[in-house]
Design a protein around this ligand. Structure first.
Ligand code: HEM
Length: 143
């Protein structure tokens, strides 16, 4: 990689993982729909060029990851191995501004998440906290 790499002043282990109760209530189809909606949002955002043209396929690969993260089966691990999320994001130059756009897209999708996806209301603040913290770990460019 021929660019200066920024290393955030944190470790991914500093971020508290989301509650496993989230998947227990939502179920697989709701998580898949949430990620579908999130990728639609990304596809209309200022960072849309970073994402593949086929947002459906990309969203469902990410959904596999989120299903495991939220307490469901480890589909992403089974299909793709160790997630190593920071390493997998290295091909993309992600600065603080792009992280903010990514986060804004996710936060937009989480408005009315209880009604749309049966997201447990009590767990929303913790999930947002996780997204804000863990997304810092994906920042790899100071520019
Ligand atoms: C900080 C802002 C972030 C940006 C700009 C970003 C951008 C991207 C891009 C461009 C891809 C490749 C295209 C795709 O497959 O969708 C990707 C893949 C992915 N991202 Fe992110 N991402 C960010 C944060 C995160 C976070 C915080 C998570 C998890 C909580 C995450 C989970 C994933 C997953 C699971 C994939 C698929 C990886 C694979 O192809 O195996 N991303 N992301």
């Amino acid at each position: 990689m021929n660019r200066p790499i920024y290393v955030p002043p944190m470790r991914p282990g500093d971020v508290r993982p989301p509650s496993k109760a989230i998947f227990a209530q939502m179920g697989e189809e709701n998580v898949r729909q949430m990620l579908r909606d999130f990728y639609q949002e990304l596809g209309a955002s200022a960072i849309k060029e970073m994402f593949p043209r086929n947002l459906e396929i990309a969203s469902q690969k990410s959904a596999d990851f989120f299903i495991g993260l939220l307490g469901g089966p480890a589909l992403y691990h089974q299909k793709h191995g160790n997630p190593m999320m920071r390493a997998r994001h290295m091909p993309f130059s992600i600065n603080a501004q792009k992280r903010q756009v990514w986060l804004d897209c996710f936060e937009a999708v989480l408005v009315d998440a209880e009604e749309k996806y049966d997201f447990p209301a009590d767990e929303l603040p913790g999930f947002l906290e996780f997204l804000r913290g863990f997304s810092m770990w994906m920042v790899n460019s100071a520019e």
